[in-house]
Ligand binder design. Sequence first.
Ligand code: ATP
Ligand code: MG
Length: 429
Amino acid sequence: MAEKLSAVKGMNDIAAPESAHWEWLEDKIRQLMARYGYRNFRAPIVEPTALFVRGLGEVTDIVEKEMYAFEDKLNGEHLTLRPEGTAGVVRAAIEHNMLYDGGKRLYYMGPMFRHERPQRGRYRQFHQVGAEALGFVGPDVDVELILLACDLWDELGLTGITLEINSLGQPAERKAHREALIRHLEAHKDQLDADAQRRLYTNPLRILDTKNPAMQALVEAAPKLMDFLGAESLKHFDTWRALLDAQGVTYRINPRLVRGMDYYNLSVFEFVTTELGSQGTVCAGGRYDGLFEQIGGKPSPAVGWALGVERILELLKSQNRLPTAPVADAYAIVPDAAVLPQVLPVLRALRRAGVAVLMHTAGAEGMGSMKSQFKKADASGARFALIFGPDEVAQGQVSVKPLRAVDGQVVAQRAEALADAAHWAASLR
Ligand code: ATP
Ligand code: MG
């Protein structure tokens, strides 16, 4: 036998029944996005490497070590499997002049790729849903995005997700803070771990985000960006907060909340849970007013978030919120293959009428006994068996037998409706 092949490490197959949970979640998201006026956007999964290097920043984790970058064998182009969605959205907005007649709200969902150490809640191919509001200065739209996320948690029945917010101010304010921060860290250089040493002059803000317990006291005592914000930035932050307060949205101000990408300014936020171990951030985002210019567009304000689909699904599972959907409404039992010419059009008519029907198919031994067909019908998870025995078919009828006694009355009603539908379908022949 040929050698077995397996999926790439950190990249998962998603099969039934889990794939039904994905579809269910995606449907919920689509409906909610529509209600908020966010329209679907689909970008290519491969983009020029330069987009991420310029958009995310050269010294970010993603660009430094997480990108699946490669050279196109045919024309030598430098390409990258997208590690996130925002840069592609902004690239497209510039390329197609999407903001010519005002702001745009859009959302995307799909796979992202980062070369990380695979663990619970952290994969190499993972999926994000992102919502982006392009061309709006906020902070009203920053609030809208938060409410959108909160409504999604409610819609999904999720609890225990808390919101953390911060302001990153504007580049000049960050520069002043950065200098003070470097001075503080330099004064305690002996306490910095290797990662922090490496980032000291390239991305010191990111050091504040360290998970190393030995460095907590040091980062706790570090100068806070909040203290460097000017009047305009503080006003944006305060208005954002006041609007959140007015909606009864609770949050915690986390002065150490910075984001992985360079492009953020002003509002930044994360939704976190304590239920997923160390991979507790389920959704994160913020304002990125500088990104359009950074990748060659006209300056345009923008804000957005991205949620991790795998983490949301895991939370749904642990909070028992995933639906248990039956595979099919009915399973068609066909004792004798000779009646198939009459059976197939009935099943087709039922499906056209909206009934999900699974048909018994022949094995190597033919159709099999009634007993074995009933076993299969039962195992399929279908609610009803439709029996196409020779007598039934001869009379243009079909017997409907409930397989599951979920709720007696419901089953009886459904059986009746199904019998009607089957009868009607049969009459179409
Ligand atoms: P972390 O600090 O956990 O690495 P991040 O700042 O890199 O997160 P973002 O780039 O903001 O994450 O992505 C938004 C969301 O996407 C995260 O909050 C998380 O839910 C999800 N996510 C990010 N990376 C992964 C991954 N490798 N596997 C699964 N989900 C991920
Ligand atoms: Mg990361």
